[in-house]
Write a new protein. Structure first.
Length: 218
């Protein structure tokens, strides 16, 4: 669970940086989207990511059931409750469920209309627009009312993701052996920094286009 989680964190960091390009250049964002379209290496990467998500989610359910059976109401296995991570540590499965729920929505909004559209020859979206990721992002977040609702939903998702990663990175590094007295507080700080670095690019994009959408309403 720790290894799959850290691998997904690295992907999210890359994905967030990729999305941040859109704020500066729609052209270069679309070049990235085209590069990561229905190419063989992108398809292999997609299957690998799906496998990691499945492994991580299944282990989360398994460990939660195991912990409840062994510890009653203690829902997440840690060696001791640390200040600042108590709520996250006790609600990791709930936070993970929120993240998975919005991930499905995210996949529908973009993957379904882009990479899958290329794979299916345009069955899920116009094939000529499949590499135009900028079009989908801007339309989703700037359409009056509808776009502002989506921005709010995405910000809720990102808050849940930050909380999940804030404890998850620390817990993963702790599980992998960085659990001595010297590194315990340090990896807690590393977890917070990584969670912020992962979520911040997404937040910037959403808030930027939320502002654009509100400006259109005004």
């Amino acid at each position: 669970m720790s290894i799959s989680g850290l691998a997904l964190v690295l992907f999210l960091l890359f994905h967030g940086c990729m999305n941040l390009v859109l704020v500066f250049s729609e052209k270069w964002y679309n070049i990235i989207c085209e590069t990561l379209g229905a190419n063989w290496y992108a398809l292999i990467g997609t299957l690998g990511l799906a496998f990691l998500v499945l492994v991580h989610f299944c282990y989360a359910i398994y460990l939660t059931i195991q912990n409840r059976a062994a510890r009653g109401n203690d829902r997440y296995a840690i060696s001791g409750k640390k200040e600042g991570v108590e709520w996250e540590s006790e609600n990791m499965l709930v936070l993970g469920a929120v993240v998975i729920g919005f991930l499905i929505l995210h996949l529908y909004n973009f993957w379904f209309k882009m990479q899958l559209a290329e794979i299916t020859g345009g069955a899920t979206a116009p094939i000529e627009d499949a590499a135009n990721g900028a079009k989908y992002v801007i339309a989703l977040f700037t359409t009056p009312i509808y776009g502002q609702i989506y921005c709010a939903l995405y910000l809720i998702w990102l808050a849940a993701l930050w909380l999940h990663l804030n404890h998850g990175v620390w817990s993963a590094l702790h599980t992998l052996g960085w659990n001595n007295l010297v590194w315990m507080k340090r990896i807690k700080v590393i977890g917070t920094i990584m969670a912020t670095l992962v979520v911040l690019p997404f937040v910037i994009v959403v808030c930027y286009y939320l502002g654009v959408g509100i400006g259109m309403l005004c």
